[in-house]
Design a protein around this ligand. Structure first.
Ligand SMILES: Cc1cc2nc3c(=O)[nH]c(=O)nc-3n(C[C@H](O)[C@H](O)[C@H](O)COP(=O)(O)O)c2cc1C
Length: 359
């Protein structure tokens, strides 16, 4: 039996296989009007096609907890009833295919207010349909980005409450997994790293202070997210900086704390918080970070990043380096990757009745 196709149980939820879709921004939500931030037909087909293709768990793109928390004006959001209702159709369809619907809850922090990548991804000023981003410290991501407003203690409390409110809405919308976006240099990741967090209050300085916001967000979500449903946390295991950055050691230390605070799985990515760093890209290049967290803390992990081949994915799970693999771009290329892997490895996978003749 292939390890990739063994079901995986977290709390009361069983995911049918270990092939999961990574969150991927589509910059395709309506940018204004009553449907602002709500999923569109584009999101429906994007998520539905991978469920039809046998993907065990499907995470939405970074979904903003507030308008200011969007990376771009075209991001998904989950701060009102219209958005909540619009997600229901998607979660119901994913479940009808046996896939688990998960949502990545996000605040873009100092990297908010940019245009879609295919329009250059440039930061948008307040006169261009953008807004003033907020961050832990008034430090821009790079020389093109706006200088963020430093969040006050009240602001931190407000954002924490917005994460919890979005989690309540995610539950109402039918999601079975919530993932906190703590990676890629967005707000939570910015607080974690000494590179982007220069605060001198209780949220900056020591490791304990820099991780406080992340743990408060996790606690606030856990208080409203049911005990029988898993909570994930996505982290950048390293800033890839030589000095004064977030490191793999920090990641292991935080993973143990996250586990105590009720996180069920760490989704281990890297980078995104420091501009201009060199990242040694290669097949499975982030897997060792995930494997180390699993080995040293016992917290279940997902591995992501340049995992493209069924044999490669099978080894990662079979060797105990990760409990699941998350695929991004390869699932964009082939929404039926899970079925392809099942044919190659000999695993049981969902195929809809309508498509049985194509097996
Ligand atoms: C189009 C696109 C959008 C992405 N959006 C997000 C996102 O919303 N949240 C996130 O955590 N990562 C995002 N990522 C990163 C992916 O989740 C994934 O970690 C990365 O693409 C590496 O995996 P891959 O080599 O399988 O593509 C995005 C990647 C792509 C290609």
């Amino acid at each position: 039996m292939s390890a990739l196709f063994e079901p995986f149980t977290l709390r009361s939820l069983t995911v049918p296989n270990r092939i999961w879709m990574a969150p991927m921004c589509q910059y395709s939500a309506v940018a204004e009007g009553p449907d602002e931030g709500a999923p569109t037909d584009w999101h429906f087909q994007h998520l539905a096609a991978r469920a039809v293709g046998g993907t065990g768990l499907i995470l939405t793109e970074a979904t903003a907890i507030s308008p200011e928390g969007r990376i771009s004006p075209h991001d998904l959001g989950l701060w009102n009833d219209t958005q909540t209702e619009a997600f229901r159709r998607i979660t119901a369809f994913l479940k009808s295919q046996g896939s688990v619907p998960g949502i990545q809850l996000a605040h873009a922090g100092r990297k908010a207010s940019t245009d879609a990548p295919w329009r250059g991804g440039t930061p948008l000023g307040t006169d261009e349909g953008g807004w003033r981003p907020a961050g832990p410290s008034p430090l821009p991501f790079d020389d093109r980005h706006q200088v963020p407003a430093e969040l006050t203690a009240d602001g931190i409390r407000r954002v924490t409450a917005e994460f919890a409110r979005a989690a309540e809405r995610a539950l109402a919308a039918g999601f079975e997994v919530a993932e906190v976006h703590g990676a890629h240099g967005y707000l939570i990741g910015e607080f974690l790293s000494p590179h982007s967090n220069h605060r001198t209050d209780g949220y900056g300085g020591t490791f304990e202070n820099r991780t406080r916001f992340a743990l408060e967000v996790v606690d606030a979500i856990r208080a409203v997210w049911p005990d029988d449903r898993p909570l994930f946390f996505r982290i950048s295991a390293t800033d890839w900086l030589e000095t004064n950055g977030w490191t793999p050691d920090d990641t292991v230390r935080l993973a143990a704390l996250l586990r105590e605070h009720g996180v069920d799985l760490l989704d281990v990515s890297s980078g995104g918080n420091a501009s201009g760093v060199r990242i040694p890209l290669g097949p499975g290049y982030q897997v060792p970070f995930a494997a180390r967290v699993r080995r040293e803390t016992g917290l279940p992990v997902g591995a992501v990043g340049l995992i493209t081949e069924p044999d490669q994915a099978e080894k990662i799970v079979a060797n105990g380096e990760a409990d699941a693999v998350l695929l991004g771009r390869e699932l964009l290329r082939d929404p039926t990757w899970a079925q392809r892997a099942a044919r190659a490895l000999g695993g049981d996978v969902h195929v809809p009745d309508q498509y049985l003749r194509a097996i």
